[in-house]
Design a protein around this ligand. Sequence first.
Ligand SMILES: [Zn+2]
Length: 377
Amino acid sequence: MQHDLVIHGGTVIDPSAGRRGAYDIAVSDGKIAAVAQPGSLAGTGAQELDASGYYAVPGLIDLHAHVFESVEGMGARADTVGVLQGVTTVVDAGSSGEKNFERFLRDSVEKNATDVKAWLNISSLGLEGGKSELKNTAALHMDRTVERIAQFPQIIIGIKARMSGSVVQGSGVEPLRIAKAAARRARVPVMAHIGNAPPALSEVLDLLEEGDVVTHAFHGKPGGILAEDGRLIPEARAALDRGVLLDVGHGSASFSFRVMEQARRLGVHPNSISTDIYLDNWRSGPVYSQTLTMTKLLALGYSLEQVVEMSTLAPAKVLKQGDRLGTLQEGTPADITLLKLVDEPAELVDADGQTLTAQQVLKAGYAVKDGAVVLCK
Ligand SMILES: [Zn+2]
């Protein structure tokens, strides 16, 4: 049988199938046609890709990025932080709202090979309206937000609410109440950004339900998920028990090695690894890429299988697309990333300027998006 593409010689890691080992992958018509014993597909590909020395994993998904290019000085080009870095799906986290979503669609979704999805900001203009987008709750439009989601259910996967002091100002948790009410009507989850109080994290967490996501979960600012004595605050325990999910959302100020290490000691783990990448922290760090963020979690003690699952199947489930994304199952879109663990000592830096030495760095070699091969930069 002839295939469009055969990837051979690599080590497959596919958490959706509990699979790790030497396999070849065949792709036809933009879909995974087969994952088979090494050598068994030799010579059957119109295009063949030698993946020796690479891990072939489902296409990476970044659950929190900023790719609305017309938000001046902020939005990165989706392909730059997407397929060119081995990330086949990026989820923009609240750069646009109901009012400017159609421009986001034209500027970001339609112009890139990378699959772009969105958490719609509960504020009508998203981040285009400034960085205090939730201070005036009278300007939040629940009905229009619900209508936009109904109009673009393939792209808008949830609602974003940034719940920190500088964003909400005097509004407290009211913007999150509105976001939750809209999300319930639209049957989508909420991604709540956490940071400096007020509002208190306990109040934010108490409003979240199963399937909602807390991003920047491991930030190092006061008032985070850990109390001063290093224990998990009870509201965080209760939220985890309800099925609320923790997301890394590294960003320029929102990921702390110290907090992540202590949380891990307590058995509290990220569900998903995401970057909160935008122009500035892509160019000048400390974020740079999804794979570098994965490298940091590796250096903190997570296994390669774990960081792959946290960057593929786990975020795919948040998108409610675990049956077609974040997997190498036959018949699903051929989104594949070839990763290499390079032996190279590196000094990793978190968002608080703390460092950690790694002996290996995870790098993306190729992305395959809907069957098309992209060489990563
Ligand atoms: Zn963000």
